[in-house]
Design a binder for this molecule. Structure first.
Ligand code: 8YV
Length: 326
């Protein structure tokens, strides 16, 4: 006899890999197709699994609470600050994310953003397109990676992939995390301000959420100093955006390269108007290749659960505990 098809509620865009993968094994209820989202959710409150295909869909506790039998939320993205982890942990709901498959892509992007910011490549390209090269060469970039040290804020898998690239570039790396990673040979600073005073580039790659909210504030930016460059590959929430704009305007730091913002996709006009910042539209993992791998992992976590196996990549706060048959 064919095993019962599990029901899954899909929240977020109907991405082909996610839809095809889930449809093949489960009965999928697609919120994106609902005329009335709220009524649709109420009508499917019996489901035990949710798939979330975009980090821009927030999964608060009061949404999960509408599914009394919920066991798993399989989300797209390595970052999971869009989900209420505390609520899930307290209610024995497993949250999964998509780590690993995007590590190298995000590290590549970080290096691209860093180089563009330090060597003004985006500005130089705009200069050529504006026909200015015909009159005069682009001015020499004010800065270089050659005499700089990078202070990493965060040293998880992506941080380490970035550090490996910087090693190959011959750029010294130090890092700040709460706990030192003894297996790494980079100097560890338990104190963020102390590290920031010792470096001239801060590269932020830590999880978002309440614990890191506005961690890069005016005091940190002042410690970075007038030659300092901030690169944010983490979450907009980690940087006090108003303080950053003020520091850039007052030239208390030199420049910034940002892939993430406080209220995406809105980017403050003040940043857009500045020529000494490089602004990427949150493209860290944004290649077809890597996004498909992330989408597939969303599916594979659900498929593992649906066949009674432990999900592949639960977040550390919500480990899988086997449940009895219902
Ligand atoms: C995506 C990300 O770019 O994985 C994450 O946590 O931030 C990125 O890989 C983002 O989810 C796009 O919405």
């Amino acid at each position: 006899m064919e095993a019962e098809r599990k029901e899954v509620l899909l929240i977020g865009p109907l991405k082909p890999v996610v839809v095809k993968g889930l449809d093949a094994a489960c009965t999928v209820h697609k919120v994106a197709e609902a005329k009335d989202r709220d009524a649709f959710i109420s009508a499917h409150s019996h489901v035990r699994a949710i798939a979330c295909s975009d980090t821009r869909e927030s999964i608060p506790g009061n949404l999960m609470a509408r599914f009394p039998r919920l066991e798993i939320v399989s989300s797209f993205g390595v970052g999971y600050d869009h989900m209420d982890v505390k609520w899930a942990a307290a209610h024995n709901v497993v949250l999964t994310n998509t780590p690993g498959v995007l590590t190298e892509e995000v590290a590549d992007t970080a290096l691209g953003l860093l180089l563009c910011t330090v060597r003004e490549f985006c500005q130089a390209e705009r200069y050529l397109r504006a026909g200015k090269w015909l009159r005069q060469g682009y001015p020499l970039s004010k800065t270089t990676l050659r005499n700089r040290t990078v202070g990493m804020v965060g040293m998880g898998a992506i941080g380490q992939a970035i550090a490996r690239r910087l090693d190959a570039f011959g750029v010294p790396v130090v890092y700040h995390t709460r706990q030192p990673r003894h297996e790494l040979r980079y100097r560890h600073y338990p104190n963020l301000l102390e590290m920031t005073r010792a470096v001239d580039i801060l590269l932020v790659i830590i999880p978002g959420g309440p614990a890191t909210q506005n961690m890069i504030n005016a005091e940190v930016l002042d410690a970075l100093g007038r030659d300092g460059i901030l690169i944010n590959m983490a979450r907009g929430s980690v940087v006090d955006e108003a303080a950053l704009i003020k520091a850039l305007k007052e030239k208390r730091i030199l420049s910034a390269g940002l892939d993430v913002y406080a209220k995406e996709p809105e980017v403050p006009e003040a940043l857009i108007e500045m020529d000494n910042v490089v602004l990427f539209p949150h493209v860290g993992s944004g290649s077809v290749h890597t996004r498909e791998k992330m989408d597939q992992l969303v599916v594979d976590n659900i498929l593992a659960w649906a066949t009674g196996k432990p999900p592949l990549t639960p977040v550390p706060e919500t480990p899988w505990r086997a449940r009895g048959k219902d």
